[in-house]
Design a protein around this ligand. Structure first.
Ligand code: SF4
Length: 348
């Protein structure tokens, strides 16, 4: 039996390295493999990562610019106004604070910095003006990549954000379409997919992934990976549920370290060319955090997350040094390949 399993992993690896892909059925098989096959899977995932993404990895960071009392009811999120949680509630932070954080992230080696705001999307001119001030201030003070995560976007707003100087748009699908009803009912899966399309059509680089460990089945994890593949998402953040007290998923058991590594490897097999970034929930890997890259990840989010503390940045940077992993901070090179609009003047 084990010989057959090793042979099949090897066959799939070879096919992907030759430019082919893993089928959905193979993904469903792979994600069920016992963890005794993990080393073999990781060896394959590592080869695939190096082949398509190179040896260096990407680092990014975020700032939560407006927090809490959100109109949406995402079952994992402490910021939802539908649940009683301890998430901080505040309105837009000052530009100087954002710039300080972005500069610090650049010093850490981050190529991109995300402006993250709670909520359904960009609803008012006041919000637009504030975002424009943020992107202008970032552009004036740092060469770090400008990302945002602002919720659902229509076509027009995506274009406006691009004209303001935004470069990347982050919008998670969160989970498989067949499980989304358990995660959120205040917006639809189709709105998530449309947001990704609108952002891409506007010329923004798209970053979209999800959260594993929310009670979805193994097949539904593959369904999520399949949808991301179909949408040709280039940057895929993977999060692992960090149960937040007071939310409907607050009592879920966090995923185990080996299961997390196996899932990262399977996503690498499903999405061989994507930038797979490990974000929230990385702490559940405990002492195995350094193995994310060997499992196929090609990026990592450092610093704090939205409502939870990340690991000390110095520990993460030391981890990268110990692994001998270089960080790709080539924002300028990427811009040269696809020029972005200079941020326009702030409208009154
Ligand atoms: S995930 Fe975003 S949209 Fe959903 S409740 Fe949290 S802040 Fe609101």
């Amino acid at each position: 039996m084990s010989e057959t399993v090793y042979h099949r992993i090897h066959e799939i690896t070879r096919r992907i390295l030759a430019g082919g892909e893993m089928s959905t059925e193979e993904g469903r098989w792979m994600i069920r493999l016992p963890t005794r096959y993990l080393s073999s899977l990781m060896a394959g995932a590592d080869r695939i990562r190096r082949h398509f993404r190179g040896d260096a990895v990407e680092v990014c960071a975020i700032a939560n610019v407006r927090s809490g009392n959100c109109s949406e009811n995402c079952s994992f999120c402490a910021q939802s106004g539908h649940y009683k949680t301890r998430a901080p509630v505040y309105d837009y932070i000052p530009e100087e604070q954002l710039v300080d954080q972005a500069r610090r992230a650049r010093q850490w080696g981050a190529s991109d910095f995300g402006v993250v705001s709670k909520g359904w999307g960009v609803r008012s001119d006041k919000e637009r003006r504030q975002l424009q001030r943020y992107f202008q201030a970032m552009a004036r003070n740092s060469d770090i990549g400008r990302c945002a995560s602002l919720g659902v976007l229509d076509r027009e707003t995506a274009r406006e954000l691009k004209a303001m100087g935004l470069e990347n748009y982050h919008h998670n699908l969160e989970t498989a379409e067949s499980y989304f009803h358990a995660v959120c009912t205040t917006h639809t899966y189709q709105e998530n997919i449309d947001t990704i399309r609108h952002a891409r059509e506007a010329g923004l680089r798209v970053c979209a992934g999800g959260i594993l460990g929310m009670g979805e089945s193994l097949d539904q994890r593959i369904e999520l990976a399949e949808t991301l593949r179909r949408l040709e998402v280039e940057s895929v953040p993977l999060n692992f549920l960090s149960p937040q007290p007071g939310t409907p998923f607050g009592d879920r058991e966090p995923m185990q370290p080996l299961e997390i590594l196996l899932n990262i490897a399977v996503f690498r097999y499903m999405l061989p060319r994507a930038e797979i970034r490990i974000a929230g929930g990385r702490q559940f890997l405990r002492d195995l955090q350094a193995m994310i890259f060997m499992a196929g990840a090609s990026g990592v989010m450092i610093g704090d997350y939205l409502t939870t503390k990340g690991r000390a940045v110095e520990d993460d940077l030391q981890m990268l040094r110990d692994l001998g992993v270089s960080v790709r901070g080539d924002t300028q090179q990427r811009r040269a390949a696809s020029p972005v609009a200079a941020p326009g003047p702030v409208s009154a």
